[in-house]
Design a protein around this ligand. Structure first.
Ligand SMILES: Nc1nc2c(ncn2[C@@H]2O[C@H](COP(=O)(O)OP(=O)(O)OP(=O)(O)O)[C@@H](O)[C@H]2O)c(=O)[nH]1
Length: 384
């Protein structure tokens, strides 16, 4: 199997003690049904049913970094055996667009997994990130920014609808929820905007008051006071994700709300998604950083080939297609004499190489897919 491909199977476990694994199975199956049209199932087996360790399937798909991070042996990365005090579960990260959800996730992971730009609604997919320490495994669900409900459904694209569905699913299935708030926004307005989230589930919630580096202490305290008044909010944690201030407090709160249980993923896994997903995300981030307001929102990126070469002499070959909605956008993305696309490719390749920890050739093609954001079929094809 090429790196980046996903192959999953399914199995049933009748042992009642494995309810947690079965819950995870159902949960992850639902995610995969949501996130891709390809048929994918998941292996999670009961430890007692395993005939031999060497044949035990791991719960896929998992992205285990190949760049030397991780690096545990098979024995060490076993996810089924752990101490009775081990905690494992899901934490949803929700909030308005641009509040800093992805920055927070990257700060907790101490690794850039979720793309970050200054433009709202950069995150389109639910990013599943696995954060493990010896005594816990916290599976974070970074969601697209919560959009204001619209009066006329036709005002919202099908892409928006899918993004909101992924927020709802993450909120419903999580063991705890981090509601990230931009502290520099007016707190009363933010509260009104997020009220449906606060009311939607009885999952324990912490308000993460982010970007406090932009405010005076008194302003932070006033904003915190507004959210402390919400009955379903258990605590308010002021932080600066960008400056790595108080991020540990968020992690500690989240971990304390995970149920006791064994790890659900190998301990060296960092994500649900395969490498090709992150390659497409990095290219998409560079689109957001390189082009004006509208163009990045009309772009979708699909990795069409990902061929790995063993050894150090040959580079991996990656081909990706950037889909735009109109011919005019294609011209903008390519630029005069291909200059804009070349600059985009150079920036993306550097970050992809850093992420993968190995050299790559990156080939970029731009194609028009008319109104892809409004077409269910196109969204399925593009993996939304
Ligand atoms: N000053 C300051 N800026 C921050 C902080 N955290 C995030 N930002 C900036 O806020 C912007 C949005 O951050 P993201 O992490 O992409 O926000 P998001 O909530 O994931 O955004 P969406 O993809 O729209 O949902 C970026 O420009 C970040 O650099 C912070 O603690 N302080």
């Amino acid at each position: 199997m090429l790196r980046g491909e996903v192959l999953l199977n399914s199995t049933r476990c009748s042992n009642p003690q494995c309810r947690r694994e079965i819950q995870a199975l159902a949960f992850l199956k639902r995610i995969h049904r949501e996130s891709t049209s390809a048929r994918k199932e998941l292996v999670i087996r009961c430890a007692r049913q395993r005939p031999q360790r060497s044949t035990t399937p791991k719960p896929g798909p998992v992205y285990v970094p190949s760049n030397g991070a991780g690096g545990q042996s098979d024995e060490e990365s076993s996810f089924l055996e752990s101490s009775p005090n081990h905690r494992a579960g899901y934490v949803a990260i929700v909030g308005k667009p641009n509040s800093g959800k992805s920055t927070l996730l990257n700060a907790i992971l101490k690794q850039k997994l979720s793309i970050v730009t200054s433009k709202a609604q950069t995150t389109r997919h639910r990013i599943i990130a696995v954060h493990s320490e010896e005594d816990f495994q916290c599976i974070f669900l970074d969601t697209p920014g919560v959009l204001r409900p619209v009066n006329r459904p036709e005002d919202r694209s099908k892409l928006d609808e899918r993004m909101m569905r992924s927020v709802k699913l993450a909120s419903r299935d999580a063991d705890a929820m981090l509601v990230v708030v931009d502290a520099s926004d007016r707190p009363e307005q933010t509260l009104a905007f997020l009220q449906p989230i606060f009311d939607s589930t009885d999952v324990p919630k912490a308000v993460v008051l982010n970007k406090v580096d932009l405010l005076f202490d008194k302003e932070v305290e006033d904003a915190a006071q507004v959210f402390r008044g919400v009955p379903s909010v258990e605590t308010v944690i002021p932080i600066s994700a960008a400056k790595q201030r108080n991020v540990t407090a968020v992690e500690e709160w989240a971990v304390s709300h995970l149920p006791l249980g064994p790890a659900l993923y190998p301990k060296d896994a960092v994500s649900e998604h395969p490498e090709r997903f992150f390659v497409a995300e990095i290219i998409r981030e560079k689109l957001f950083l390189s082009y004006g307001q509208e163009v990045p929102y009309c772009c979708s990126v699909q990795v069409t080939a990902f061929v790995e070469h063993q050894g150090t002499t040959r580079k991996d070959n990656i081909d990706a297609t950037i889909f735009v909605e109109q011919e005019s956008q294609k011209g903008i993305v390519i630029g005069r004499g291909g200059s804009a696309l070349k600059a985009l490719g150079t920036a993306a390749r550097a970050e992809i190489e850093h992420f993968l920890g190995r050299p790559v050739y990156l080939g970029l093609t731009v194609k028009v897919k008319q109104k892809w954001r409004k077409s269910e079929e196109a969204l399925n094809e593009l993996g939304y």
